[in-house]
Ligand binder design. Structure first.
Ligand SMILES: *[C@@H]1O[C@H](CO)[C@@H](O)[C@H](O)[C@H]1NC(C)=O
Ligand SMILES: *[C@@H]1O[C@H](CO)[C@@H](O)[C@H](O)[C@H]1NC(C)=O
Length: 341
């Protein structure tokens, strides 16, 4: 729990989760994100999303009473019966969230709309020890966590949170369920998921890369853009280089594609006349040491043109040498005076 990186709570998970993946690399942590919004006191919606490593495994929409399994291996090694039971527990939990928020909003005179996000996760360490966490954010800020056998307020939060924590800890039943979930159910689920999904999780998808220029940053300057897309897993190394020298560049975030691969843009602002000779270099586990290297315009293009001209010249010379007679005869046949009426 202690070394789970302090998350930056955002309103949408895609931005938040890659942060975890970057830190926890090939360990395939399991994360569940719960988003509950309460626009007013009488309506609420709660959605769940779950990931194993970088892959989305489950989704549970507010409209549905059952969760969706997004991968053929999303049940892990659980039996139908175990899945049913887990689903039942989640349904009860979903209702209790609604009741709790209504209760606390009255008790603490909170104003609507209210946004609750819950981050639940479990990671297996190489020594087979598991670590689970359960964090709750209110209006985008972390307020409390479940640790060991009880809820605890986050540091530096409003005294109102202490009231919530005290209330939640009054119910020994909830605490028991939480402990079983975090100490046994989640680790078992994650072991099963990693076993069943191994080949999917460990797949390697090669990136494609291409260069373009962005909007000019100023007179006499160029914005060189290197785009790398379609790779899995997420870790990637993309640099603008001059020879073997890394150049200062702006690296964007690694963003998801719809097909569970990633893309990245690395841009460099240069004087136009200094662009020639720069290259974009990409390293990725799928490339097996064969880095992708793309050269920016300038020298490479001019050599290509010179080669193209040389080849064209040769073709013309050979062509004229071989077909001089036939061409001449053809011209003669078609352009003879007899054709003129
Ligand atoms: C890891 O721990 C779990 C539960 O403690 C146990 O069932 C499993 O056999 C262990 N796996 C390995 C590879 O030791
Ligand atoms: C679950 O693990 C925590 C420590 O992480 C421990 O304090 C607690 O007693 C455990 N509960 C059960 C029911 O095993």
């Amino acid at each position: 729990m202690a070394h789970t990186p302090a998350p930056q709570y955002q309103h949408y998970p895609i931005i938040f989760f890659p942060f975890f993946f970057a830190v926890l690399q090939r360990a395939f942590p399991f994360h569940i994100l719960q988003i509950s919004s309460f626009p007013n006191s009488s309506y609420a919606r709660t959605d769940f999303l779950a990931w194993l490593g970088e892959l989305q495994t489950h989704r549970w929409r507010n409209e549905s009473d059952t969760m969706q399994f997004l991968k053929p291996w999303s049940m892990g090694r659980f039996s139908q019966q175990q899945v049913k039971q887990l689903q039942q527990e989640f349904l009860v939990y979903r209702l209790s969230v609604f009741d709790d928020v209504q209760k606390f909003s009255k008790l603490l005179k909170l104003t609507y709309p209210i946004d609750i996000q819950v981050f639940v996760g479990c990671e297996l360490h190489p020594d087979n020890v598991s670590e689970s966490y359960f964090h709750v954010a209110f209006q985008g800020s972390l307020i409390l966590s479940f640790q060991g056998s009880s809820y605890k307020a986050a540091p530096d939060v409003s005294p109102k949170v202490d009231v919530v924590v005290q209330e939640l800890n009054k119910d020994p039943g909830t605490s028991a369920v939480m402990q079983v979930l975090m100490n046994y159910t989640f680790p078992q689920l994650v072991r099963g998921l990693i076993e069943a999904g191994k080949s999917d999780l460990e797949k390697q998808v090669k990136p494609e890369a291409w260069l373009s220029s962005g909007p000019s940053p100023g007179p006499g300057r160029l914005l060189l853009v290197c785009r790398v897309s379609g790779f899995y897993p997420k870790p990637v190394w993309v640099k603008w280089m001059r020879g073997e020298q890394e150049q200062p560049a702006q690296q964007g975030d690694i963003l998801p594609n719809a097909d569970e691969t990633w893309h990245l843009r690395v841009t460099m602002d240069v004087e136009s006349r200094e662009a020639a000779g720069l290259s974009c270099r990409v390293k990725h586990s799928s490339l097996g040491g064969q880095d992708i290297i793309l050269y920016w315009g300038g020298s490479r293009i001019s050599w290509m043109w010179i080669w193209a001209l040389v080849v064209l010249g040769c073709v013309l010379i050979v062509g004229i040498a071989c077909f001089r007679r036939p061409i001449w005869m053809w011209l003669k046949r078609h352009c003879s005076y007899e054709d003129i009426p």
